[in-house]
Every structure is written in structure tokens, then in C-alpha cells.
Design a protein around this ligand. Structure first.
Ligand code: HEC
Length: 433
């Protein structure tokens, strides 16, 4: 008995020191992480809502800046260069810190996929098209879907075929060697967000808005397994061929690991206390799964030790605070504004300008922030009354042409509480609500 107790203590100690060594957080982005990629050498790239791509050397970021809106997807080319795409409708290829637009859509780009065999980059967009952009010289090609946006794509057959997941809930299979209409493989009924293809195209996994998580025979479309739980939506999915692990991330912050050799759930673990897992990627050896979401941080979870993590890792992040502890004004700000606005003075990496000292300031005048021409040329002065109107009418009506997202705060009391909170915290030197 004694011996047993001592042994388990040793095991625990070893595990926690390994944990300290191998658990990694990558900090620096000023907004949620929407996309992740890991190169063959294990280098991590992050795509963020803060309009930048982070290229990480260990824990040190290099920022690739050039996108004019949130970056949703990032991928490594076989030669180590980075490709990224996002809400500014562009697909960009990076040479050092410079980017070149290689693909242009008419709506947000949701996913990227590389086919090294054919030298093609594919992009999925909510404009209802799939872009195919050659790495070498030459012009791209655009495949138009009938009337649905595209959420995800994956190449099959060494780049000769392509599976596409649509906002209308279909999975379509395109033969890229022919100019023929696609073959519908799945009609799910709810939007399909994510796809992953098994080795030699033996199976196809998909994840949907209603939480549907299914595995199909990629040729016939026949059902092989169903991992649908009560959590939704499915937001990320990635497969590691050598270990056979399929990782699935959802809107409630869980990462489920499925062993595709036995079709059993190997682990199901809550990676964040709150908020979605938008991005997942495996390390080259499959020992670590990288995850990104609402938090401005990318986490590297060593799979062998996953069960032992406390999701919050003791970090006091204000948006992780219990909502019961916040005033209504703080809650309004945390939920509706903090993703894009800091309250501290100085530059932030967030998508919007800091709201520090916003009361009494003329709109569009914070030095160094790239405002839309509309806001930069505006004669609004921010006050209780103008901020109230901004969210009573919504930015799209109050300042048409502004980069601010459409958003209305319907209840007058919520607007008053928010303004009260902003007034208190936007004027402090050190604001840590
Ligand atoms: C998804 C990102 C996003 C969210 C969420 C958001 N904003 Fe903004 N906000 C922006 C951007 C981008 C700008 C700059 C707009 C422009 O240049 O047209 C902006 C500008 C502003 C400005 C004008 C600042 C100035 O210097 O003129 C105010 C005030 C503001 N936001 C308040 C808020 C408040 C309050 C909330 C929450 C209720 C909020 N915003 C939510 C992105 C956002």
C-alpha cells in the first residue's frame, strides 16, 4: 500500500514537471485566433481577428501585417512560405514581411488548402466560390457554387479532386480534372463548417453548425461513424495521419480527440472555460495539439497530459470573470466591445482604436490608427449622447461607411450602463476592469 502511494506520487511529480516543460502559450495577438498552421519544422503560424498573422519562433512572434480585416486562415507552403486569407476578401502569399495578393474574392475567405502535388492553393469564400490559385505563374480559376457560401475545402486524390462544405449544409465533391458539376455527398440540413480527409481518401469527417460530427466513406458517402454530442457548433477539425488522431473543436471550448483506427473517443477535454475553439493544428509528430479561440492566446496542449490541465491555467482574464461578478456595463463592454477595443492608452493590437480618452474626442482622430475615410472625415464628437446614438441606430446607420460592424444595443438601460462603464474606465491611467 505504501509503495503504491509513493509510486503514484512520483508519477504525479514527473507528469507535472513534463507539463511545465511542454505546455506552451503564445501571447501577443490583440484579438481572437481564427486560424492556425504548423510547418513541417514545427513552426506555428496564427491568423487573428487583429488583422495580422503571427509567425512564431518559439514564443517570439513576428507580425505579418497587410490584411485590411480579420485573418481567418493561414497555411504553410512546402517551401516554408506562409499563405493567409480573411475578411478583406484576399488570399496573400508572404515573402518575409511583404505580401502579394494571389487571389481575390468578393466575400470573406473562410479557409485555405494547399495541394503540393499540383502546386495549387484553394480558397473557400462566403461569396459562393472556390478559388484555385497556382503557385507558379499563371492565372487562377474560380468555381462558382449555385447559391451557398463555402465554409471549408479539402483536396483529395493528390489534388485532382476537392471536397467543399457549404453554408447550406452540403458536402460537394468536385473532380478538378473535368469541367463537370459536383457530386453531392452529404445533405446535412445545417451548415457544414469543417472537413477532414483520412489517408488515401478512405474517409471524410465533417462538423456542422448543429454539432453534427460524422464520418463517411469518402467515395460512396455511406456513414461510418457518428460522434455528435450535445455541443455546437463544430468550429475546427484537423487530422494527424501518423497517429491517426482526429481533433474536433467546438463552440463550447471542448477539444475531442477521436482515434480513427478504432473510431473511439480517446479524449474529450475542456480547453477553455468559456468561448469557442476556432482553430486547431497538430505538431509534426502529433504529440501536441495547438488550439486558438476567443482568448488572444494560442495554446499548445501536449496530448499525453491533456487530462491534467486546468483550462484557465490560473490566469485572471477579465472576460473569463464570472458574469455574476460584473456590473451590467462591464458585461456589455466585455461581450460586445472588448474583442475589438482596448481601454488603455497607447497602441493595441485590436481591430478597433483604443477607447481610452474617447469622451470629448473628435471621431477618427486617434494618431496612428487607420480609420476608414468616413470616420476620419467625420465631425462627430464622442459624448454620452453620440455613443448612445451610435448603438441605438447601429454604426451602419449612424456613420454609413464606417468599418465598425453592424450592431445595435436595443435596451436604453444597457446603453446607459455601458456608457457609464466606459466613462469610468476610459479615463483611468491604468485600466484593468
Ligand atoms: C468587430 C470589431 C468591433 C466591435 C465588436 C466594436 N467596434 Fe467600435 N470600432 C471598430 C472599428 C474597426 C472602428 C474604427 C471604424 C472606422 O475607422 O470606420 C471602431 C470605432 C469605434 C468608435 C470611434 C472611435 C474613434 O476614435 O473615433 C467608438 C466610439 C467605438 N468604436 C465604440 C465601440 C463600442 C462602445 C463597442 C461595443 C458596444 C464597439 N465599438 C464594438 C471595431 C469594433
Amino acid at each position: 500500500m505504501r509503495l503504491f502511494a509513493t509510486m503514484s506520487l512520483i508519477v504525479t511529480l514527473c507528469a507535472s514537471s513534463a507539463l511545465a516543460q511542454s505546455f506552451t502559450t503564445l501571447k501577443g495577438h490583440g484579438g481572437p485566433i481564427m486560424g492556425l498552421a504548423v510547418s513541417g519544422e514545427g513552426q506555428v503560424a496564427t491568423a487573428s481577428f487583429d488583422n495580422s498573422v503571427g509567425l512564431w519562433d518559439g514564443r517570439n512572434p513576428r507580425w505579418l501585417e497587410g490584411h485590411e480585416a480579420a485573418v481567418n486562415a493561414v497555411a504553410f507552403l512546402p517551401d516554408g512560405r506562409v499563405v493567409s486569407a480573411g475578411d478583406d476578401f484576399t488570399v496573400r502569399i508572404w515573402d518575409g514581411a511583404q505580401s502579394r495578393i494571389i487571389g481575390q474574392h468578393k466575400g470573406k475567405v473562410t479557409a485555405l488548402e494547399i495541394a503540393p502535388e499540383t502546386g495549387m492553393i484553394a480558397s473557400a469564400s462566403w461569396d459562393g466560390t472556390i478559388g484555385l490559385w497556382p503557385l507558379a505563374e499563371g492565372s487562377g480559376r474560380v468555381i462558382k457554387l449555385r447559391d451557398s457560401g463555402v465554409n471549408d475545402i479539402v483536396f483529395g486524390d493528390g489534388g485532382d479532386s476537392l471536397f467543399a462544405a457549404t453554408t447550406k449544409g452540403e458536402v460537394l465533391l468536385f473532380d478538378l480534372t473535368k469541367d463537370a458539376p459536383p457530386r453531392p455527398l452529404v445533405k446535412h440540413g445545417f451548415g457544414v463548417n469543417e472537413l477532414a480527409l483520412g489517408p488515401q481518401g478512405r474517409w471524410l469527417a465533417y462538423g456542422a453548425v448543429d454539432g453534427g460530427t460524422r464520418i463517411l466513406d469518402a467515395v460512396t458517402g455511406a456513414a461510418l461513424a457518428d460522434f455528435t454530442l450535445d455541443r455546437k457548433p463544430i468550429l475546427s477539425m484537423v487530422h494527424h495521419a501518423a497517429t491517426g488522431l482526429l481533433a474536433v473543436g467546438d463552440g463550447q471550448g471542448y477539444i475531442m480527440l477521436v482515434d480513427t483506427k478504432t473510431w473511439r473517443i480517446r479524449q474529450d477535454f475542456r480547453a477553455t472555460r468559456q468561448g469557442p475553439i476556432w482553430a486547431l493544428a497538430f505538431s509534426p509528430d502529433g504529440a501536441v495539439v495547438w488550439a486558438g479561440g476567443l482568448d488572444d492566446v494560442a495554446y499548445g496542449w501536449p496530448i499525453a497530459l491533456m487530462d491534467q490541465f486546468d483550462p484557465a491555467m490560473g490566469q485572471e482574464r477579465s472576460f473569463l470573470k464570472d458574469v455574476g461578478e460584473m456590473t451590467n456595463g462591464e458585461r456589455q463592454f466585455m461581450r460586445k466591445c472588448s474583442i475589438c477595443h482596448a481601454l488603455e492608452a497607447g497602441a493595441s493590437r485590436k481591430a478597433g482604436p483604443t477607447l481610452h480618452g474617447v469622451f470629448g474626442r473628435s471621431a477618427g482622430r486617434l494618431p496612428g490608427y487607420p480609420y476608414s475615410p468616413t470616420l476620419a472625415g467625420s465631425d462627430i464628437i464622442w459624448s454620452d449622447a453620440t455613443i448612445d446614438q451610435l448603438f441605438d441606430l447601429g454604426p451602419d446607420h449612424y456613420i454609413p461607411g464606417s468599418k465598425m460592424p453592424m450592431q445595435v444595443i436595443a435596451a436604453p438601460q444597457d446603453r446607459r450602463d455601458l456608457i457609464e462603464f466606459l466613462k469610468t474606465y476610459s479615463q483611468k491611467e491604468e485600466t484593468k476592469p
